[in-house]
Ligand binder design. Structure first.
Ligand code: SF4
Ligand code: SF4
Length: 475
């Protein structure tokens, strides 16, 4: 069998992984990245510790996905499992928001806000502080093992591990009370399940941000594969002005750039690149749009006294226009950005409206399948139901259950009210689901294919009508 990983001439079809040693960049975009990193990390680490008073006995964490209590909390908003469609809405908002941002500014999400980018940036900063900048790190890696080298590597990995532990613990306390969980950790009462999750997330953070780095973006993340479908020629992306930079060459001794390009082939744009690519080769899947090559090249251009932005955040349309000496413009309003923007606003408006108008009490009625109906000794027909009353308010409520649609229909609720009553009162504690076994009987000879169960809250006045099926002989 021929080896599928080798071409017929014996050469490997796969390039060996090349370790990337990003050099420190300084400039406008590096400053933006630092500020965005600081903001996002502060939000991430502080948010689970913020409290929000929801009354006695209720979870008081402002942002909490309480898996055991089956509730989601976001400040004043409380989501029950039955309202999981809000999650769908948030996912749609996130996806369309990403399309919108990509159509406008290319891979700005990847370059500035993606969790992988932010943590890789932090891990590389730690590495740089301990092992030095690019050249020092390359030199250190080439050196034979020594006590000093082992010491530096151990210190770096130790700090990475502490960051990974803190990051993953913070992730876990979004799913269980932050104060209680952390107290449990220090008193040795943390469950095995929680400790296992902590270990898994710590290992992932450590490996992805410390060692896999750009490989996550290039090989694991699906987003680069289809983000090009979001671009058009007016999207702002990181581009190299080849028409101005080429033909490249070393710095002219006399400082005269006439008859040649502005690129002095210093390679700084490649050295600062966290994915190790050369943007001068054109737009590439591995470019995460971090714009650090712009900072690097602008520094070079400033030293040479040449105009800035040989590499810039610009559109392909503008690059073509510039090459031809035409005027350029930033076109943010385009059919695709208008459509994405409109969808975004529509979904957001629907979600806000539904949230504002949603009921805090609701009922689910399940018709019994076996038996579908029972003929009683007096000729009446009886159907059984399981009625679940969701009281999503903190305070207890009493609900009045009655029937409509079939004259003479009566109710029996096991454990509540009298037999064959017209209405029955059902008490439901606050923040719970009350489950009741309900029998509905219709008189002999009455016709029915369904029946209306009406639930009225004596506490809030809310009225819910549920159209339940009703089975009769021959139906
Ligand atoms: S080419 Fe430039 S923008 Fe793209 S990833 Fe590299 S440094 Fe960032
Ligand atoms: S940093 Fe600028 S001048 Fe240097 S190689 Fe890159 S494009 Fe050319």
């Amino acid at each position: 069998m021929p080896d599928a990983s080798h071409a017929s001439d014996g050469r490997s079809m796969f390039a060996a992984t090349r370790k990337v040693y990003p050099r420190k960049a300084e400039g406008h975009f590096r400053t933006i990245k630092n500020r965005v990193n600081a903001l996002l990390l502060t939000l991430y680490f502080v948010a689970p510790w913020i409290r929000w008073d929801r009354g006695p006995g209720a979870a008081d964490q402002a942002i909490l996905l309480d898996m055991s209590g089956r509730r989601g909390y976001f400040f004043g908003i409380e989501i029950w499992p039955q309202e999981v469609y809000y999650l769908t809405g948030i996912l749609i908002l996130g996806a369309v928001g990403l399309f919108f941002a990509t159509a406008l500014f290319g891979r700005v999400w990847c370059g500035f806000t993606c969790i992988q980018t932010v943590f890789t940036d932090i891990f590389v900063a730690v590495e740089r502080a301990i092992e030095g900048d690019r050249n020092a790190r390359i030199k250190l890696d080439k050196q034979p093992l020594s006590a000093a080298k082992i010491g530096r590597k151990a210190l770096k990995n130790g700090i990475w591990l502490v960051i990974a532990l803190l990051t993953s613990w913070t992730w876990l306390i979004y799913f269980s009370d932050a104060f209680q969980s952390t107290r449990d950790l220090f008193t040795g009462e943390t469950s095995i399940w929680m400790l296992s999750m902590w270990a898994v997330f710590t290992a992932s953070t450590f490996l992805f941000a410390g060692y896999a780095r750009e490989q996550v973006c290039i090989y694991m993340c699906p987003w680069p594969r289809f983000q090009s479908a979001m671009f058009d020629e007016d999207s702002l992306i990181v581009t190299y002005e080849a028409w101005r930079g080429e033909p490249r060459g070393k710095v002219p001794k006399d400082g005269d750039f006439s008859g040649r390009g502005d690129c002095i082939d210093c390679g700084l744009c490649v050295q600062v690149c966290p994915t190790g690519i050369d943007i001068r080769n054109g737009s590439q899947l591995a470019c995460i749009g971090c714009a650090l090559c712009i900072d690097a090249c602008n520094g070079v251009m400033a030293k040479l006294g040449r105009p800035p932005n040989l590499i810039s955040y610009d559109s392909v349309a503008n690059q073509v226009a510039r090459a031809k000496g035409r005027t350029t413009k930033i076109r943010l309003l385009r059919p695709r950005t208008v459509i994405y923007g409109a969808i975004l606003m529509l979904v957001a408006a629907v979600m806000v409206t539904v949230l504002a108008l949603r009921d805090r009490e609701t009922v689910n009625v399940l018709h019994e399948r076996s038996p579908l109906y029972v003929r009683m000794s007096d000729g009446s027909i009886r159907n059984g139901y399981t009625v679940k009353v969701l009281n999503m308010r903190r305070e207890p409520q009493t609900f009045r259950l009655s029937l409509a649609g079939v004259p003479g229909a009566t109710l029996n609720v096991i454990g509540y009210g009298e037999r064959d009553a017209a209405t029955v009162e059902l008490p439901v504690e606050g923040d719970v689901v009350g489950t009741f076994r309900v029998y509905v009987s219709i008189p002999k000879g009455a016709k029915a294919s369904g029946i209306e169960m009406i639930l009225e809250s004596e506490t809030t006045g809310a009225r819910i009508v549920n159209h339940a099926p009703f089975a009769v002989p021959g139906s």
